[in-house]
Each structure stands twice: as structure tokens, then as C-alpha cells.
Design a protein around this ligand. Sequence first.
Ligand code: ADP
Ligand code: DP6
Ligand code: CO
Length: 360
Amino acid sequence: MKTITCTAPVNIAVIKYWGKRDEKIILPLNDSISFTLNQDEMCARTTVAVSPSFTEDRFWLNGNSYCSVLFAVFLLLVYSIVLSRAYISVRRRASKRKLEGSIEDILNWHVHICSVNNFPTAAGLASSAAGYACLVYALGQVYGVEGDLSSIARQGSGSACRSIYGGLVRWYKGELDDGTDSVAQPIAPPDHFPNLRIIICVANAGRKKTGSTDGMRQTVQTSRLMEYRVKESVVTRTEAMMEAIQDKNWSTFCDLTIADSNEMHAVCLDTFPPCVYMTDTSHAVASLVHQYNEVKIARGDLNHKVCYTFDAGPNACLFVPGAVVKEVLALLLRTFPPGPSQSPTEYVKGIPAQSATLSK
Ligand code: ADP
Ligand code: DP6
Ligand code: CO
């Protein structure tokens, strides 16, 4: 029996991936840029075990088995389609290498996979990114796969390819049909903006109604606004974001991050039927950030602006300069006192956006 346990962090996109040009091998319609979080805070932890005594492949997510429970058969199908893509890719690569006898045996053994997220799953906090990055990394360790894992992780969940690297990461959409140039690459280290903190405000930890995969498919099929995003606005914004990052221009980084989040949610609303991810609470957090920034702008204190971004869910991710973290947390807690209602500060957490890499 061989067992490996790995953890992988989530990443939060500041230029969003929303929409595929190839659903099978997951090729996106546009480049995206993200920040990988410190994995001690929000991560997936996955154990992969292979043994000659296992009689079937099994998978557990957050303690739920997707093999033995009958009603989960349907779910298993959904999972296994995506899961097996990543799994088979890793196995295929392993079998291409010159293998020692023992590894050849391992390739024929059944696998048990057990994964737990230490944060809400499918709530718009990038669980699929951490989950598939971790799965592919762990499988790679078991089968001794070397080389670019990001392109395999991409085929589990697009955003997962960015979690393979720490710091600021760009996923290039690529031009080729086989996806070989659709890869993630680190563009700046975790401490590029020193002392940057990320505050996650959980307005609702429940599963979203429409998962990212379905939501973006419906957007591509029905939204005219999406055509404008893909052909024009996101292309220009991505280049402006690269420049802001290179120049360490925090104020512009904030404006572009907010603009791209708002545009993604605008195309979601332009989808037919609309995909509504943000709630009144989400909008209240966004307004608070704008009010806060107006005060900073009036004082000429642009380096202490704050920005928000929302994935496909109601929960806000705030990028906050270290010097104002206390002030911003106090403001959030005053505006949204923790209580029985859906308060985004119930699970508020200050997360250092630092030193995020995959580890065993
Ligand atoms: P999120 O916003 O959390 O990324 P998605 O709709 O993109 O939500 O993806 C949620 C799905 O990702 C889950 O239903 C599950 O299929 C998969 N997933 C989440 N966490 C893991 C994990 N740790 N290991 C494997 N798959 C996972
Ligand atoms: C809003 O990577 O979860 O988080 O590729 O279908 O698995 P699939 O989708 P997923 O989509 C992420 C969408 C997003 C924006 C982003 O992370 O870039
Ligand atoms: Co996701």
C-alpha cells in the first residue's frame, strides 16, 4: 500500500475566468489572473491511497462517500466524469515513463481518495480550484509524475491550474486546440504587495444554486454582453492589470479588480435565465468598500485603498493593505454585527496572502 497526503490552497481571481471555448479539456475564452492564498488558512487536504487489496476506486469528499451510498451513484457519475479526466491523465503520463516494476504494479491497483476542505465547499470560495489542484498533485506524487501539473489540474476545474503556483498567477488562454499553450504561470511572488491581507466575508456558506461550470456555460450560450467582455473589455483590462502589477500600482490594481468582478456579475445577470450570485449583503459589503475608498481618495491616501471581488457566490474577498486591516475589520464588524442573520462577518478571517505553495 502507498499513501500520500497533500494540501493545496485556494486562489482568488482578480481578472475572472468565466466561459470556455472547449468544455472537454477546459480551454477558457479569456486569460485570467489570480492570487493564491496562504495554504495554512483555506485549503483542500487530500489523501490518495493505492493498494492491491482495494477492490474498487473510491472517493470521499468532506466525509461523504461517493461509492458505497446508493443515492450518491448519480453524484458519483458527475464527479467521476471530471475526476477521471484528471486521474486518467496522470496515470497516462506515469505509464509513458520508464517504469520500475513496483510502479507498474501500482498502476494496476485501485485507488482510494479522501479529501476535506477546511472552508465551505461550492460556496463561491474556489473549492474546485484547491480541490483539483490538490488531487492532481497528490496523484502525481503517488504515480511519480513529473512535469507540468497545471495543465492536468486545468482539466479537473479550470481555476485549479492557477492553484499550482503561489503568489500572483496568470492563466494564459492559449491559441491551440490541443490546449498545450493554455497554461498557468507565476507572474509575481506572494509578497509582491508587501503585507497584503485577504479578508473573506462569508455571507452564506451554503452551496450555490448554479455551479460555476453550468453558470458559465449558460452565459456563453445566451449573453450578448459576454461577447463584448471576451472580445474587448477583459482583454484591455488584463493588460492594464499586468501593468499595474509590474508598477506595483496598488490603487489601479484595486480599481481593475473591482471592475472585473462587477463585469463578471453583470454578464451573469445578462445570462438567460439570469445567474444571480451576489445578494443584498454582498452589495452592502461592496458599497462599504466604495465609501471607505472615497475617504482614502479624499485624503490622497491611495495606497490604503481596499478592493473587493466576488466569485460565483455571495461571499466577498477583500484585498486589504496590512496597515489598515484592523481598521477595516472593525468597520466590517460594526456594519455587520455577527448575529443570527446572514452576516458576512460571522466567519470573517484575515488571511495573509503569503508563501502559498503546494506541499506534501
Ligand atoms: P467553488 O466556487 O467552491 O469552486 P464550483 O461550483 O466551482 O464551486 O465547484 C464545486 C465542486 O468542486 C464540488 O461540487 C466538487 O465537485 C468539486 N470539489 C470541491 N472541493 C473538492 C475537493 N477537495 N476535491 C475534489 N473535488 C472538489
Ligand atoms: C468565478 O474553475 O470553478 O471562480 O472550470 O467549470 O470547474 P470549471 O469552473 P471554475 O470557475 C471559476 C470561476 C470563478 C472565477 C475564477 O476563479 O477565475
Ligand atoms: Co470553482
